[in-house]
Design a protein around this ligand. Structure first.
Ligand SMILES: *Cc1c(COP(=O)(O)O)cnc(C)c1O
Length: 427
């Protein structure tokens, strides 16, 4: 039964099935109130990189809660925040060296946009525009919506969103023969826009666009993008809220692609899915534009829970686990690939793609392939009855697995997908 006083996210309550009540979680599994077990194939909205209720992270939060649960972060600092900053900077590439905390992916993006914009403002340069990509998703607050693709989700607010230039995202997949052409066209378009000198920054989800349909691009494209951004002195923002912390088979998408952004946004996997926490990390060059005798040049942004010590403690424990499971997150892509080849001949699917822990495919469908395509809801229901948590994005079926997943669980997931596909009415 739906609760009379709850309002769920991304849900049309009138037509949606009642929410399932979850009692507990362990590893990749969730246990419902009625005892049914469900294998969480999407890391609960992409956050639980180590699976559920990992005792090491739970213990770290418990220990921290007894010492310091929260403190104002203006004028004060604390060990957990300093430690996480030191350690993150070690794993991040190049010049990324200043860590600013916030609460979630959307706020990490807001902070990056404000840093980039004010960076130019502080230097009395007029750079009024942002460049983003078709199919992008950067969060649900207004700035994040503005740099995301216009969609049914933003439609009610489109008049309020600041104007952004969108470039095509050269999405690719197995057997794609046009990828180089798509990349060249995108780069040419972007170079022409950047030549105007009016862009503060480019923002994108590197290697994998998440909510826009698990659309993947090649590292080569990101390398070319970096080159033209540098040429025109435009800042490069990587929104790695989803791709960070092992998701792409390396520590970050930027390290996998060997590209060094000027700013990076991290959240989802940061605390292993235990607590809401985010960081925006920028280069010393950006920080220097705010460091001044003039009060006006400071970044006047902050949140009540900035650098919450419990979140930082969870993040430290999650980082330890990530180091220990490096072989697992590096190995997932090959584990997916071995199973995906068997799906390649199935005429019900097309555009198979895989990066690290993320595997995706498009279901061939008669209707409009967008988010509201009914096939998504059908698959969601059928997968639940098979004990799998899958949540297709429209006609895009994807897996985004925790690193504790076993070979046996992977077999279970892929045979479940086979059965679900076989049970669908033919197009
Ligand atoms: C989920 C997501 C966000 C927004 O994060 P929230 O924590 O939901 O606000 C931003 N960018 C990307 C790439 C995401 O996947």
């Amino acid at each position: 039964m739906a609760h009379p006083h709850l309002w769920h996210p991304f849900t049309q309550a009138k037509t949606a099935p009642d929410p399932l009540k979850v009692k507990s979680g362990q590893g990749a599994w969730l246990t419902l109130e009625d005892g049914q077990q469900i294998l969480d194939c999407i890391s609960s909205w992409w956050v639980n990189i180590h699976g559920h209720a990992h005792p090491r992270i739970a213990e770290a939060i418990y220990q921290q809660a007894q010492v310091l649960e929260q403190v104002i972060f203006a004028g004060f600092t604390h060990d957990p925040a300093e430690q996480i900053a030191t350690r993150l900077v070690k794993y991040l590439p190049g010049a990324l060296s200043r860590v600013f905390f916030s609460d979630n992916g959307s706020t990490a993006v807001e902070v990056a946009l404000k840093m980039a914009y004010q960076y130019w403002h502080n230097q009395r340069q007029h750079r009024p525009q942002f460049l983003a990509f078709t199919g992008a998703y950067h969060g649900d607050t207004f700035g994040a919506m503005a740099v995301g693709a216009r969609s049914p989700f933003t439609a009610a607010f489109d008049d309020l969103l600041f104007q952004v230039e969108f470039a095509p995202f050269p999405a690719t997949y197995w057997g794609d023969e046009t990828v180089e052409q798509k990349e060249a066209q995108a780069i040419a378009q972007i170079a022409a826009k950047l030549a105007t000198g009016s862009f503060a920054a480019i923002i994108l989800e590197p290697l994998v666009q998440g909510a826009g349909g698990m659309r993947m691009c090649r590292p080569q494209f990101l390398q070319q993008l970096q080159a033209i951004a540098r040429q025109s002195d435009t800042l490069l923002i990587f929104d790695e809220v989803m791709t960070g912390f092992g998701r792409t088979g390396d520590w970050f998408a930027c390290t996998r692609a060997a590209v060094e952004p000027d700013l990076i946004c991290l959240s989802k996997g940061l605390t292993g899915g235990f607590l809401p926490l985010a960081v925006t990390v920028c280069s010393e060059k950006i920080y220097a534009a705010f460091y001044s005798d003039e009060a006006q040049k400071a970044l006047y942004h902050g949140h009540s829970f900035t650098a919450n010590p419990l979140g930082c403690a969870a993040a430290l424990a999650s980082l330890d686990l990530l180091i220990e499971t490096e072989a697992a997150f590096r190995g997932l892509e090959a584990q997916h690939q071995r199973r995906l080849v068997h799906l390649a001949d199935n005429p019900q699917i097309e555009r198979i793609r895989c990066t690290g822990a993320i595997a995706a495919m498009d279901l061939v469908t008669a209707g409009d392939p967008g988010y509201f395509n009914q096939i998504g809801a059908q698959i969601r229901q059928r997968s639940l009855s098979k004990g799998l948590l899958l949540r297709p994005l429209g006609n895009v079926l994807y897996l985004l697995l925790p690193y504790c997943i076993t070979e046996a669980e992977l077999d279970l997931i892929y045979s479940g997908i086979d059965e679900i596909l076989a049970s669908l009415p033919s197009v």
